[in-house]
Design a protein. Structure first.
Length: 511
């Protein structure tokens, strides 16, 4: 969306002051001395409009702005902030408030904080307009795709039914027609199942039937499910699984569904006689399941969007094979319900794709439970369950490796919402949180963890590049018990983890 703010103020001093205040808050600004400047640049996109009352005294200024507002797209409602003199609104300002629609009046003199807050609110309103528009477009595209996907199996069903009703088919032809109908009914059933799964996920109605299982069995079941589509395209499938059992507490059917979805996706988007590789390997406390193909691939910037509901690869190649665009969003939701994560990557169109599922594994003893023997670290201390949360993958992965090499059990989250999902299924004793996360700040995440976990909240440790006394105070106010500055003193950190793991009271908060 367009986040640029237009400032219409004929006084150079006012315009400069407003621009400086907004830019100091990292808000992009375009200064306009006259209304026609704003109208002229509006086609480049505008997030909000700040108008000084005196700018409307120019002949035809208000009419030009009204025309700008009236010619917006039907979904658009441009936020306008009108700077007016304190007291009763002038006739000109009152008229502007009426004709420009979505107007917020700010009295002068205006505090900088008030102005910045109002502009940010306007931009958030604008962002929601774009989100609603995007959702509306996605809905329309989905309904059109759904109609298309339903017609695809209905056509051969109708043809086969017509032939059977005509009664002129040989026994072999009747078997062929029956086979066509069975396959197309199966396709319709899969479409309906996907729609129901998305509805259940959206409403939080899916309940996992977890059991202690060898994930290799679920993966093999996925291969068996996917083979007909893989064979139909004459692809070569290679499977590489660990020789030893991979134990996990998981829903067998749902894990098989996730892997099968990735395999059939690879079969769908790989030209005939392609290569598909399925592998699984243990990485400390996780198993990494990968499906890689040499198919059409996708632009790297599309990677995250692929897991959105109804998303498909842009372009004719992506649409050629059809589908509702539900499969990957279902995979993502189900994997995250297991405390895992998904990842997609491609070097670009024509360079194939790689999809990864990462799931937590458990002890290799199927009978092991939470009341088992206490795990010890390499130094003989008690192992600790640690959650590392950092959007810098190298930072998170290297810290996890340090902790795992010391014998601790570690899970990683690369954003705040992923951390909340993991904690809903797995109870860490200590959480290392970065402050500058992309979705939730570390402070907000700490507050949510305390609300979600209550008395079972892990020891919260801020691990951040911000180390001023005010930063430490903010961390404490948010609920952190310790504040460590990057790069952390690893000996001190490991000593803290050891103290948390001991079956005694929590270590005293750091000063």
């Amino acid at each position: 969306m367009e986040r640029r703010v237009f400032v219409l103020a004929p006084s150079g001093k006012d315009a400069v002051l407003i621009e400086a205040a907004l830019q100091h808050s990292r808000i992009e600004v375009l200064r306009c001395a006259h209304a026609h400047d704003a109208v002229q640049h509006a086609h480049d996109g505008i997030g909000a409009l700040v108008v000084a009352e005196e700018a409307l005294k120019e002949a035809a200024a208000l009419r030009m702005l009204q025309q700008l507002v009236d010619t917006q797209a039907s979904w658009s409602d441009l936020p306008v902030l009108l700077l007016s003199q304190r007291g009763r609104l002038s006739a000109l300002a009152s008229r502007a408030a009426r004709v420009l629609g979505n107007v917020t009046v700010l009295e002068r003199p205006t505090q900088v904080a008030t102005l910045v807050s109002a502009v940010r609110t306007a931009l958030r309103t604008r962002e929601r307009q774009y989100e609603v528009r995007h959702a509306d477009v996605q809905k329309d595209m989905f309904l059109a795709t759904l109609a298309h996907e339903l017609r695809n199996p209905l056509a051969p069903l109708s043809n086969a039914l017509h032939l059977l009703q005509a009664g002129r088919l040989s026994e072999q032809q009747q078997q062929w027609a029956t086979g066509v109908m069975q396959r197309q009914v199966g396709q319709l059933s899969r479409l309906v199942d996907d729609l129901l799964d998305v509805a259940r996920i959206t409403r939080g109605k899916i309940v996992l039937q977890k059991e202690r299982l060898d994930l290799r069995d679920a993966i093999q079941a996925a291969v068996e499910t996917s083979l007909p589509q893989i064979d139909a395209m004459r692809h070569r499938l290679s499977v590489d699984l660990p020789p030893q059992p991979v134990w996990a507490d998981a829903d067998r059917t749902r894990i098989a569904q996730c892997v099968a979805n990735l395999l059939t996706n690879a079969a769908k988007y790989t030209p005939r006689q392609g290569e598909i590789r399925l592998s699984a390997c243990l990485e400390d406390q996780d198993v990494l399941i990968c499906v890689q193909d040499n198919g059409i691939g996708f632009p790297p910037h599309e990677a995250r969007r692929l897991f959105d509901v109804f998303a498909q690869v842009d372009g004719a190649l992506g649409r050629a094979q059809g589908g509702l665009g539900l499969g990957l969003s279902i995979v993502k939701a189900l994997v995250e319900m297991h405390g895992g994560s998904v990842h997609a990557e491609s070097e670009g169109e024509g360079h194939g794709a790689r999809f990864e599922i990462r799931l937590p594994v458990v002890s290799d003893d199927p009978g092991a439970g939470p009341g088992g023997t206490e795990v010890r670290t390499a130094r003989g201390t008690v192992a600790c369950r640690v959650l590392v949360v950092d959007d810098n993958r190298d930072s998170a992965d290297s810290m996890a490796q340090v902790l795992r090499s010391d014998g601790h059990e570690v899970h990683i989250a690369y954003n705040g919402h992923e951390a909340l999902r993991i904690i809903s299924h797995w109870k860490p004793q200590l959480a290392l949180l970065d402050i500058g996360l992309p979705d939730l700040s570390g402070h907000e995440l700490a507050r949510r963890l305390r609300e979600q976990c209550g008395a079972d909240c892990p020891v919260l440790v801020a691990l951040t590049g911000w180390g001023q006394p005010t930063d430490v105070s903010r961390s404490a106010a948010a609920g952190f018990e310790h504040h460590l500055t990057k790069p952390a003193d690893l000996d001190a950190l490991l000593a803290l983890v050891d103290r948390v793991a001991q079956p005694c009271d929590r270590p005293a908060p750091s000063p």
